[in-house]
Ligand binder design. Structure first.
Ligand code: NDP
Length: 492
């Protein structure tokens, strides 16, 4: 088993407490790597290194163009290392190699895009309403950014934070999930290779309460960028509030995939199935509620079940596998609990409904792709994020009812609409309370397009040009050019 170290101030270091924990491969349920168990002392060291790099190091002296060039170089290095990093991600979090490799091949685009934006961060000259005064703005970095990432798409979600944060001139302390730290630590070597000055990116591993909390509350951390569950997000927000720190929060959802009777049903069936069963449902944008127009409900359910039944489960490293294991044992148990709750609440289980005990699943944490019909909007299974391969099907009569049900949860991350009517597409995309609405497609993301949640799904946006604003603050500079000292007792 490889025994890893953390990255601080450009050096690879052992944890101050001298303890490591095992990272477990979800397919074999066996430990495969030893990850440093960081402590508050390590947080102090990592934040100290990031602070020094921000204020005193070579990073600050770089032009914005040079900063952008470093980001683009990093993108090239990731592209060259994509297969190896994807294999590590799959071994650590059990998600399909095909998906992880596609993510790794796409991640460089975030560094190219935000690398390109680095020298386009411009202030404004304001035609100020005071004679004899010149007023302009500067867009400045915030300082040390705490980036906290989850286990489901470890490097992609880190790239969404690191690329804009670094392009804006900040430094970073990155804490990956305890369940998927290995790819982060391997990724760490690329920063030095790309030529980033020491301490610009620091990586600290360990448990949420032992390193996450001291990181969020550290007085020298200027901002927290977090992706994870909404309960943890709530705690992070409260802790950050005590230090009056801005946050970006991406907290998951209960997204509705809405199919109207005028839809191209072949495409819609594929979209609904991939919306929930791809990534074993372990994605914030999972279309975990299918809202079906009453006239097509029964036919659609049959077609959906027929397609879902063909899903090949097994070793996530094999390219033919379509549904892999659940990443963590607690998550596996949580999904099975929700399945039990749905049954108790009276939903009808039409597919799956328990652990997958197939020979090809080995000793991994597999749950059968599960479909419930007869789900009522009030049921817990229709409101709470399961984060697993469990689909709730809810019928609706008309557009108003579809909008009402779709908007009835506390979340608002994403929604899908399947229709051939342009009127319906535009009307629904206006009325749905979601940060992303897909029409006749699902699960599309891009470095160019803003992503984030309405309501309890989060605060702020990642990707797209607006994301860089999340890592900047505006300074207004006033210069008297009149040469006359004004009356000191009059507000100008
Ligand atoms: P968490 O929200 O607990 O973890 C996300 C990140 O936050 C991890 O790095 C975690 O570290 C860290 N963290 C945990 N507690 C704290 C804390 N008190 N202060 C600072 N950082 C902290 O996700 P889980 O892995 O526990 O999953 C729980 C649920 O969250 C899932 O069932 C799912 O519903 C949802 N989820 C949503 C995701 C999304 O993409 N929106 C992604 C992952 C999960 P550590 O790993 O050490 O606990």
């Amino acid at each position: 088993m490889n025994k890893y170290q953390m990255l601080m101030g450009g050096a690879w270091v052992d944890p101050a407490g001298g303890a490591w924990f095992e990272s477990v491969n979800p397919f074999t349920a066996q430990p495969w790597a030893l990850v440093p168990r960081g402590t508050k002392e390590d947080v102090d060291r990592a934040v100290g290194a990031a602070k020094t790099a921000f204020y005193d190091g070579d990073w600050r002296k770089l032009t914005a163009t040079a900063r952008g060039a470093l980001l683009r170089k990093l993108g090239d290095l990731i592209a060259a290392d994509a297969d190896r990093l994807a294999t590590i991600e799959t071994t650590d979090n059990g998600k399909l190699f095909a998906e992880m490799r596609a993510q790794l091949n796409y991640i460089p685009q975030w560094f190219y895009y935000f690398g390109g934006l680095a020298d386009k961060i411009e202030g404004r000259v304001i035609p100020i309403d005071k004679p004899g005064v010149f007023n302009f703005t500067r867009e400045e970095p915030l300082g040390v950014i705490a980036a906290i990432t989850p286990w489901n798409s470890p490097l992609l979600l880190a790239a969404w934070k690191l690329a804009p944060a670094l392009a804006a001139g900040n430094t970073v302390v990155w804490k990956p999930s305890e369940y998927s730290s290995v790819s982060a630590l391997e990724f760490g070597a690329l920063f030095e290779k790309a030529g980033f000055p020491k301490g610009v990116v620091n990586i600290i591993t360990g448990y949420g309460n032992e390193v996450g909390e001291p990181l969020v509350t550290h007085r020298d951390v200027a901002k927290v960028a977090f992706t994870g569950g909404d309960r943890t997000g709530e705690q992070v927000y409260q802790m950050a509030a005590r230090g009056i720190k801005p946050v970006t929060l991406e907290l998951g959802g209960k997204s509705a995939n809405i199919v109207f009777d005028d839809a191209d049903l072949d495409s819609a069936v594929k979209g609904v199935v991939s919306g929930i069963f791809a990534a074993t449902g372990q994605t914030c944008i999972a279309g975990s509620r299918a809202l079906l127009h009453r006239p097509i409900h029964d036919e659609f359910v049959e077609r959906l079940l027929a397609l879902a039944k063909t899903a090949r489960m097994g070793n996530p490293l094999e390219l033919s596998t379509q549904v892999g294991p659940v990443t963590t044992r607690p998550q596996y148990e949580k999904i099975l609990d929700y399945i039990r709750i749905a049954k108790t609440e009276g939903a009808e289980c039409r597919l799956g409904g328990g652990p997958a005990e197939r020979p090809e699943c080995g000793s991994g944490w597999f749950v059968e792709p599960t479909v419930f019909t007869g789900v009522a909007p009030r049921m817990r299974i229709a409101n709470e994020e399961v984060f697993g391969p469990v689909l709730s099907i809810i019928p609706f009569e008309d557009e108003d009812e579809a909008v009402g049900v779709a908007n009835s949860t506390v979340y608002g991350l994403a929604a899908g609409v399947w229709t051939t009517s342009i009127r319906r597409a535009l009307m629904m995309s206006e009325r749905l309370e979601a940060g992303t609405v897909w029409v006749n497609t699902y699960r599309a993301v891009s470095y160019m397009s803003p992503f984030g949640g309405y309501k309890r799904s989060g605060i702020g946006r990642e990707s797209g040009s607006e994301a860089i604003r999340e890592y900047l603050q505006t300074k207004s500079v006033w210069i008297d050019i009149s040469g006359n000292s004004p009356n000191p007792f009059v507000l100008r």
